[in-house]
Design a protein around this ligand. Structure first.
Ligand SMILES: Cc1cc2nc3c(=O)[nH]c(=O)nc-3n(C[C@H](O)[C@H](O)[C@H](O)COP(=O)(O)OP(=O)(O)OC[C@H]3O[C@@H](n4cnc5c(N)ncnc54)[C@H](O)[C@@H]3O)c2cc1C
Length: 469
């Protein structure tokens, strides 16, 4: 193996790669600070990588590439009013490199859980929050909304403690800012007591789903009437798979907890969700995609079969088992946050474009929901949000499809996921985010030399002051 091979890095989706001059995995904050300061003094750019699950070249650098896999301990759990926490809040401080699945296990062992999660758990906490990773739930925000403090290492190698009360601007851009303020070494999250979810998974006609979406405050609608609602629409069909995950009433939860304690999770929960094992990640779905690649015109028929193939089912399991799935079929993804009220129009425009274009897409479109939040660079900043995620099988071209969807969502002010494919640049983000200039000002003040910049951050936030001179 050449030294370049030893240094080279590729992301999960194989859409980004790098050959940095140096790679390192510091053991503690002191070593991390030393590595960053030395690289900065040599004029070398520095980036960190988590699990490499971003589709964008967000983590790429030709300088020093750090992983924080060894900074992954649970440092501290502070409950209800103790140690400076507010009221009933439960705060957990973890090393920024901890993977979500390890965090979930550690929280479960302490009787705790994340309030909401996305649909995989392979990411690092730092990587997940830095790109605005989210799950679904019209009354809930993404992972960055659960962050209460961040420790960040600057170009001088010094560690800065940030929180809403202490250096709030730096806190904002550190909790969701692609790592442009420095290397995150620890994150404090607000978590909740462990809870169970009842998962109901059912194929529905798409039109029934769209008619019954409702608003977030309508308890009879799908969006407002469920704690976590999402659906997968199969392009070229009018079929969808729906997922409704709801917390149990306290008395019901007590009974279920006792059952889980004595008899274990039961066959359905052990088999995990059908959207996970039976649809999106299994060998059969890989075969469906290979067939669609070889004979594109059969895609609509394959999608119709996939959408009907799965039987409805209901089960109860701990929240992190219900939220999280695994994805083994490799794909490319673009996801846009659109104002929730435009969702139906956006989907019908995508449907009409697919009809007109003759493009074939074997992967379902995933639709999720989030509450408005106040995180400066959050895709749900200030508005009720629906997320429309379009996927394409990795062996099929995605460009024409993604470009078309990007044009459709542009008309309703769509904001792309920071970690998923898109074609936007800083000028457009300035129009889309009311606090964009505030975020750039924090970045400019914290990292004027652009030590923590790369081509992607230059594109989406604009270059650091030194590069503008
Ligand atoms: C199969 C799959 C499923 C997904 N599901 C979802 C989902 O359900 N919801 C959703 O919103 N997204 C989802 N994503 C996107 C994913 O959550 C984000 O791209 C996330 O950033 C990946 O985390 P990571 O640890 O791999 O970070 P990376 O991709 O490695 O890094 C992301 C960014 O964070 C920076 N970074 C990482 N660590 C640090 C650090 N310590 N300090 C400073 N900066 C740092 C990197 O430089 C980079 O800019 C999915 C992606 C895949 C491949």
């Amino acid at each position: 193996m050449s030294s370049d091979d030893a240094l080279s890095w590729t992301n999960w989706a194989r859409t980004a790669s790098a050959t940095p001059r140096r790679r390192a995995s510091p053991r503690d904050e002191a070593e991390l600070g030393g590595l960053v300061a030395r690289a900065a003094a040599e004029g070398m750019p520095v980036r960190a990588v988590g699990a490499g699950h971003s589709f964008t070249p967000a983590a790429v650098t030709d300088g020093l590439l750090l992983d924080l896999d060894r900074l992954s301990l649970v440092e501290r759990i502070a409950r209800g009013g103790a140690d400076g926490t507010d009221g009933d809040a439960i705060l957990v401080t973890v090393g920024a490199g901890i993977r979500l699945h390890r965090l979930n296990e550690a929280l479960a062992a302490a009787g705790l859980a994340m309030r909401n999660l996305g649909d995989i758990d392979r990411q690092s906490v730092a990587g997940a929050i830095s790109t605005g990773t989210h799950g679904t739930g019209a009354r809930l925000g993404g992972l960055a909304t659960q962050v209460r403090g961040v420790r960040v290492v600057g170009a001088d190698g010094e560690v800065r403690e940030t929180s809403p009360a202490h250096e709030p601007g730096l806190f904002e851009v550190s909790r969701l800012g692609l790592g442009v303020t420095g290397i995150l070494s620890a994150v404090t999250l607000e978590v909740v007591p462990a809870f169970l979810l009842r998962a109901q998974e059912e194929p529905w006609p798409l039109d029934r789903v769209l008619e019954r979406l409702g608003t977030p405050d309508d308890p009879d609608g799908l969006v407002g009437g469920n704690d976590h609602f999402e659906f997968y629409w199969f392009p070229h069909t009018r079929r969808a798979l729906t997922k409704r995950n709801n917390r149990l009433a306290p008395d019901e939860e007590a009974v279920e907890l006792e059952r889980l304690r004595t008899t274990g999770p039961g066959p359905v929960a052990r088999a995990r969700t059908w959207v996970d094992e039976e649809l999106l990640s299994n060998g059969a779905f890989e075969l469906v995609n290979r067939l669609a690649t070889a004979v594109p015109r059969v895609t609509p028929r394959l999608n119709a079969v996939s959408a009907r193939a799965l039987a409805p089912r209901t089960y109860v399991a701990p929240s992190h088992h219900v939220f999280v799935t695994s994805r083994r079929v490799r794909f490319r993804e673009m996801e846009y946050a659109v104002p929730r009220e435009h969702l139906v129009d956006v989907l019908s425009s995508i449907d009409a474009w697919l009809d007109r274009s003759g493009e074939h897409v074997p992967f379902p479109v995933e639709v999720r929901f989030a509450a408005p939040d106040d995180v400066w660079l959050s895709t749900a900043h200030g508005r009720e949000t629906a997320y429309v995620a379009v996927h394409q099988y990795a062996r099929l071209p995605h460009e024409r499809y993604f470009d078309a969807v990007e044009r459709i969502v542009a008309e309703v002010g769509g904001r792309p996921h920071w970690g998923k494919m898109h074609g936007l640049a800083a000028d457009r983000f300035r129009e889309l985010y009311p606090r964009f200039d505030d975020a750039v000002a924090v970045r400019d003040a914290t990292d004027p030399e652009g030590v923590f910049a790369n081509g992607y951050t230059d594109r989406v936030l604009g270059p650091a002051p030194a590069a503008r001179r």
